[in-house]
Design a protein around this ligand. Structure first.
Ligand code: GCB
Length: 592
């Protein structure tokens, strides 16, 4: 089944009520090889807390790292359940259940009725459950989740038989642990019968503004749109749901090293004939323009040189789940390094984080969950298109989001890659004309067949690591030459989106040796020599280290309890490389 979008961020206000369902849920897991035993036996009709293997599971959290090794490696169905009293007064409006992210496939039941299903993690979905609730009584919420990856999921993966009937093993093509479960908040939304369901805002550096609002229901006769600045001064008003206008001399939204990330608020009210308020939403947005030349990305007309990293939104114990403590630590450290951007490698990050990027002035490349596509087919292409639509719909109003990355490291030297990506790029461009499109490439300029479709070319390269490990002396020339070739062949901005080396925290050697903190520092330094030359020659649009912090992977002969290319440890303490990057990025000030 398709993605079931939830487009508007959750908001609570004088009309809208929200109930958090974040705490311990009843949890039952099926055997790995059960192939839908629970669905067949209609567990959604039962109180699963009475099952002999019932336990509890915190929400939000991945279920993998809470102790039990068979749950860590579980592939297949798990069940979550809880009951909620819903007061009678709520029956006046509509009730939705909203999941910010469930990984990977979710089926939702309210009081034994299936209300819908969703495919794909990392994006929010919601169902109208008004019909299925008995107001004034307890309702049971049951969620069945299946985390099996296949050649038609994003990311792609497959399942390895082990010869042991009780054990199957998941294998992803991606280099990160496939954390699963209810990874972000679950909430009930109590909305009026007539309400706003979606919104798009485009605001540029000239002060032009255009907006659309989608409404479900007909019970309103007037619309009030007001744009206010950060001091609450009214800058624009309209009585249309969809409109255009102008704010004279707006304060612009700048990335943190270029100026202030100034935010305006647009308030949209639906009113009845008599003027009573039916629904209201408020959205923060910024006036800013992203353009690009043959070699540079321009932010409000000025060269924007991106200095940052790839990341993962994942932590010890919690796995890939939302946690406001860890988010705050991460973004404080991003600022500590002086970085002005990062990429949401390799999936859309939490909505809370997108809001924080806007407030802090951290520019982001928003990436879909299409990492390491190896097998092209119509079904993966269709799902990928749905995912692009949903990603753009979720994040389009964020001024910090400046580029869409449609995929990371697809097999883009295969000739099938081109017909696969042509409609994807076309779709993204038709949905958003205000941002450049990229695909993060692993192949080289001689064989790649996708680069020519892109506005900005991002590529990942590991000189001194996957190529020529130990040969520090070759790095500067190798990376300089390759970037020069990309630039010459395609005449568009080039951004190196990954480079780096493993450093096991606390491992030291002099002279530098692979896997030590010293070696990681030298690899980065050698790259920087080439980057500085290329930047002066206007042939490089940005540099991103792989990776912000160490992260968990599957068990592998090349991974020592995870990937250690982090500048920070997985516990977010700096390695030597973090200090080097801080020195480098802190001087990245663009003058006005
Ligand atoms: C890459 C991938 C990233 C990996 C990294 C590595 O090219 O994009 O997901 O973690 O290399 O460390 O191998």
């Amino acid at each position: 089944s398709p993605l079931s979008l939830a487009i508007l961020p959750v908001q609570e206000n004088e009309i809208r009520e929200v109930r958090q369902l974040n705490d311990l849920w009843t949890f039952v897991r099926e055997p790995s090889n059960s192939i839908g035993y629970g669905l067949k036996h209609e567990w959604f009709r039962q109180d699963i807390s009475t099952f002999h293997n019932a336990t509890v599971m915190p929400v939000p959290s991945a279920f993998n790292d809470l102790q039990d090794s068979s749950l860590r490696d579980h592939v297949g169905w798990v069940w979550y359940q809880r009951s909620e009293f819903i007061p009678s007064r709520m029956s006046k409006g509509r009730t939705y259940i909203r999941f910010d992210s469930a990984n990977y496939y979710a089926k939702v039941f309210i009081n034994t009725i299936e209300t819908g299903a969703n495919t794909g993690g990392h994006l929010p979905f919601e169902f109208d459950i008004t019909q299925h609730i008995v107001y004034g009584q307890k309702s049971t919420i049951t969620v069945a989740i299946n985390n099996t990856l296949s050649l038609t999921t994003l990311p792609q993966g497959d399942v390895k038989p082990t010869g042991y009937p009780d054990h199957i093993y998941q294998r992803g093509f991606m280099d990160f642990f496939p954390y699963s479960g209810l990874l972000r908040s679950v909430r009930l939304l109590f909305l009026p019968k007539t309400h706003i369901t979606g919104q798009s805002i485009i605001a540029d550096a000239e002060g032009s503004l255009s907006f659309t609002n989608d409404v479900i229901g007909t019970g309103f006769s007037k619309v009030e749109v007001i744009v206010t600045d950060a001091d609450g001064e009214i800058e624009y008003t309209s009585s249309a749901l969809n409109g255009t206008g102008k704010v004279a001399k707006p304060e612009l939204w700048w990335p943190r090293n270029m100026g202030k990330p100034y935010l305006y608020t647009i308030t949209v009210r639906l009113l009845s004939d008599s003027g009573s308020l039916i629904d209201v939403i408020r959205t923060k947005f910024g006036f800013r323009s992203i353009t690009w030349t043959k070699s540079e990305i321009l932010w409000n007309g000025r060269p924007f040189y991106c200095q940052g990293f790839g990341m993962h939104e994942e932590y010890d114990v919690r796995g890939r789940s939302f946690d406001s403590v860890m988010m705050t630590r991460d973004l404080n450290l991003v600022e500590w390094t002086g970085a002005n951007c990062y990429r949401t490698s390799h999936y859309p990050y939490s909505e809370e984080r997108m809001e924080e990027n806007d407030r802090r002035g951290i520019a982001v490349i928003v990436e879909t969950a299409a990492v390491a596509i190896r097998h092209y087919s119509d079904s993966i292409q269709n799902h990928h298109m749905d995912f692009i639509r949903a990603t753009i719909d979720r994040d389009r109003n964020h001024p910090s989001a400046f580029m869409w990355s449609l995929a990371n490291e697809p097999s883009s030297s295969l000739h099938e890659a081109k017909p696969y990506f042509v409609p994807l790029v076309k779709l993204a461009k038709s949905l958003d004309t205000t941002r450049p499109i990229t695909v993060v490439l692993a192949s080289g300029p001689a064989t790649d067949v996708v680069a020519d479709l892109l506005d900005v070319i991002c590529f990942n390269r590991y000189y001194g690591w996957y190529s020529n490990i130990g040969m520090l002396f070759k790095i500067e020339a190798d990376i300089y030459n390759e970037i020069s070739i990309w630039n010459k062949k395609f005449a568009r901005p080039i951004l190196i989106s990954e480079y780096g080396a493993e450093a096991i925290p606390g491992m030291h050697r002099d002279p530098p040796f692979a896997f030590t903190e010293e070696y990681q520092v030298e690899v980065l330094k050698e790259h920087h020599k080439a980057f500085d030359r290329l930047r002066n020659e206007k042939r490089l649009a940005g540099e991103m280290v792989w990776v912000f912090a160490d992260f968990m992977t599957l068990q592998d002969t090349t991974r020592v309890v995870g990937n250690h290319k982090g500048l920070f440890t997985r516990q977010r303490e700096p390695k030597m490389s973090a200090h080097l990057i801080r020195q480098r990025y802190s001087t990245n000030k663009t003058r006005h």
